[in-house]
Design a protein around this ligand. Structure first.
Ligand code: GLN
Ligand code: ZN
Length: 758
């Protein structure tokens, strides 16, 4: 018999119950026991939803983040945390810098947060230094095991493995993270002993770093760790996910554990090799249902593929989703407004587990046993393959006609710069902003009313026009050189465009945890993308009509649209991205034709799409940069193309950034004291740069002197005639009381700089 299991279930709840409970607790509106109650109810519900599996995961639930939970489990809390607080409040202090909003509550620096592999989930980075010692604090974990067992579930506890834990953390001094291995292993051994006492048969230990490039020291750390942890019971199911094992394949197969789980979606090509290499006493868990996407699995195809594997492995074959289901929404049943044809192609966490069950039943009992499920699935798969809303021959033809010249400007940058200088006659150190202005409660309210049909089209348009006018007038008063319309009409930079593209669908409850209580609802690209009619031209035109200064047209780039959406899985991502690029190109050209002289195409998420293995970066960057260029470069030399990126780690991708050939790039640099410009300097980056001088993540208003000093540091690295003065990012999360003086300080600073340098 095949064994089925799950690596992890979304914690946030169908209706984001955990989010709302957490935020109420942080605002002091509910007590800790009420928060605990919500959490327990959610865990119980989620186990219930997984009850058809042979093993349900325990320990995957988290109040904030599972890496942070691991830090607490291992007694690795930063010194700055108030030791008297409850474990939950300590956890929130590490995560957020404060546990609750009450004023007597201690405030401290929040732990650093970073992306969990190539997902949009963010974890709290473990901190290490020379004084780091580990000790076991397993009460919460053990209590959840007890809770699940009392409900009658067959359980498999889940923990993050010691090697990945160390690897994901950060050494605050010179401490070599691997020097902590011996110590951490003692605690893991104690934990396994506790699990044995609980009668646990299998424990899932996640070691996702097995799919990354590991040097010899880290490979050896794996050997040392699993030799030390090798004990039965509990048997260890070692899991990797998100990619291929490649050069770590042998290592993973040979570690002394009870079984190995691999991502059979991303690591499909390695499966046969692993079956050959895996010692005969180990189980092999294949992640055959995609835990990173929302599409139905082609069940018949998977069963065809698995049949011979099953015949070979017999009881040693386990089946699961490819990774934790943390990265998909909870339940498709909640979606009542999705187009029913599209909905029939989708599968969220609950549906994915049902798929898994069907596959296992077909293999264990024969396909007849699940004939209806298989027939329904086959129908959905073929309908999607043939659907006219998916495949648009006009776009297919257009895609084939994309040639090299479409990605290139007519002239090179130095010639364009001369033409544009002449055209715009901007002063030195020109000032501008990144696009959005404060999204006030009034703006949100108006958009909501409009969506609900309570505000008619005309009144809404009028409202937005008024906002644009206010914003333009204010920018003129402050004295900015290049203006924006303020993006009042936009809820979200991807959703706004997606809603007006063909090929995009939107869920109501398709929330996925991004960090802590924050969730995102990625739109779904289901079909060929096109832009039936202009989207931003009217607003841009209106804004430009109010000023003699240039007002930038404001668009979201193709790579960002792609990386922040659920993407169709029936064609390469690069192809979908090129379709997006063509749609945006249409908009760019329409803006230009309408007389918009500067157009900004934001690529906030370009870096996010980098593959986990550096050896695959070039391939990605090649098509991603090409797509950006196709979107941007249909314009004449005198149109100025801007781009914006919300980060500043450009060291390893600077060549690609230069290849994008935007006339102006604005980036986030204010916190780095301009040191991050070193790479632009060393590379001799040829085009204009606006290094951020206003940290928009903080409520603080920057001082004129502070901005001047930052720009002086920038001028040490970059020719002054290439420098712009602007904030780090858009201003939509700030309020006007902060934004007005901050922008004024920027403008005042630019006057001082002009005097100093010109
Ligand atoms: N133009 C967008 C804004 O200002 C850019 C946002 C972003 O880069 N994340 O809001
Ligand atoms: Zn940004």
């Amino acid at each position: 018999m095949i064994t089925t299991h799950n690596l992890g279930f979304p914690r946030i709840g169908k209706q984001r119950e955990l989010k709302f409970a957490l935020e109420s607790y942080w605002r002091d509106e509910i007590r800790q026991d009420q928060l605990e109650q919500t959490a327990q109810t959610l865990r119980n519900k989620h186990w219930q939803l997984q009850a058809d599996l042979d093993y349900v995961p325990v320990g995957d639930f988290s109040f904030y983040d599972h890496v942070l939970d691991t830090s607490i489990l291992l007694g690795n809390e930063p010194d700055r945390i108030d030791k008297e607080a409850s474990d939950l409040d300590r956890l929130f202090q590490i995560a957020r810098g404060q546990s609750q909003s009450t004023s007597f509550c201690q405030q401290s620096a929040a732990g650093e947060m970073t992306k969990w592999f190539d997902t949009n989930y963010h974890y709290i980075v473990p901190e290490f230094d020379a004084n780091t010692r580990f000790s076991l604090h397993a009460d919460r974990f053990l209590a959840q095991i007890k809770e699940a067992k009392e409900l009658g579930h067959t359980i498999k506890p889940v923990i993050l493995g010691p090697v990945s834990y160390l690897w994901l953390g950060k050494s605050k001094d010179e401490t070599d993270k691997l020097s902590l291995l011996d110590d951490i292993l003692i605690v893991y051994q104690q934990l396994l002993l506790e699990l044995e006492k609980q009668g646990v048969e299998w424990v899932q230990i996640d070691e996702p770093i097995l799919i990354t490039e590991l040097n010899l020291d880290w490979q050896n750390a794996f050997k040392q760790a699993y030799l030390a942890l090798n004990r039965t019971p509990p048997k260890i199911l070692l899991t990797s996910y998100f990619g291929q094992l490649q050069e770590n394949l042998l290592l993973a197969c040979e570690l002394p554990v009870g079984g190995l789980h691999i991502d059979a979606i991303n690591g499909f090509e390695e499966v046969n090799k692993i079956i050959d290499w895996l010692p005969a006493h180990k189980v092999l868990s294949l992640g055959v249902v995609n835990g990173r996407n929302i599409w139905k699995t082609d069940l018949n195809a998977v069963i065809n593929w698995l049949e011979p594997i099953h015949a070979r492995l017999k009881d040693r074959l386990w089946l699961a989703p490819s990774c934790s289901l943390l990265h998909v929404p909870v339940d498709l049943e909640s979606e009542t407004e999705l187009n029913s044809e599209i909905a029939s192609w989708l599968s969220f966490a609950v549906q994915k587990l049902a798929e898994l069950n069907t596959i296992a039943l077909a293999l264990n009992n024969g396909r007849e046993y699940v004939a209806k499920q298989l027939a329904d699935n086959a129908l959905a798969i073929t309908t999607r393959q043939q659907a006219s809303i998916v495949h648009n021959p006009i776009i297919q033809t257009r895609l084939q006609q994309v040639d090299k010249s479409m990605a290139e400007r007519k002239s090179n940058y130095s010639s364009r710069a001369v033409i544009q200088k002449e055209r715009f006659k901007l002063p030195a150190f020109p000032t501008t902003t990144i696009g959005s202005f404060p999204q006030t409660p009034e703006i949100r309210q108006a958009r909501k009313q409009y969506k609900l049909g309570k505000l008619d089209e005309q009144s809404y348009q009028q409202f937005i026009k008024q906002e644009i006018q206010n914003t333009v007038v204010l920018q003129e008063e402050i004295g900015l050189d290049v203006l924006v319309h303020g993006e009042a009409e936009r809820n979200d930079m991807v959703e706004y465009f997606g809603q007006q593209f063909e090929g995009y669908a939107f869920s109501q409850y398709g929330w996925v945890q991004s960090y802590g209580s924050r969730c995102v609802k990625p739109p779904i690209i289901y079909g060929d993308i096109s832009r039936p009619k202009p989207i931003t031209v009217e607003w841009a035109n209106y804004a430009q009509s109010l000023s003699d200064k240039p007002v930038k047209g404001m668009l979201t780039g193709p790579v960002t649209m792609l990386n922040w959406s659920f993407v169709r899985d029936d064609q390469p991502r690069s192809e979908t991205c090129l379709q997006l690029a063509l749609a945006i190109r249409d908009e760019v050209k329409d803006l230009e034709a309408a007389g918009i002289e500067m157009i900004q195409i934001d690529e906030a998420a370009l870096r996010e799409g980098l593959p986990l293995r550096q050896s695959q970066w070039q391939e990605y960057l090649k098509w991603a940069v090409n797509c950006f260029k196709v979107s941007a470069n249909g314009v004449s030399d005198q149109t100025q193309i801007h781009t914006h990126m919300c980060y500043s780690e450009f060291n390893d991708i600077i060549e690609a950034i230069a290849d994008m050939d935007a006339d102006v790039i604005t980036i986030e640099t204010s916190r780095s004291d301009m040191e991050l410009l070193d790479v632009f300097n060393a590379f001799n980056y040829p085009n204009d740069i606006g290094p951020g001088v206003y940290d928009i993540h903080s409520p603080n208003v920057p001082s004129v002197e502070g901005i001047v000093s930052l720009m002086q540091k920038a001028a040490e690295r970059i020719d002054i005639d290439k420098l712009w003065v602007n904030p780090d990012c858009g201003l939509k999360t700030r309020n006007w009381q902060q934004v007005k003086p901050a922008l004024q300080a920027m403008v005042d600073a630019s006057y001082i700089l002009r005097k100093q340098y010109i």
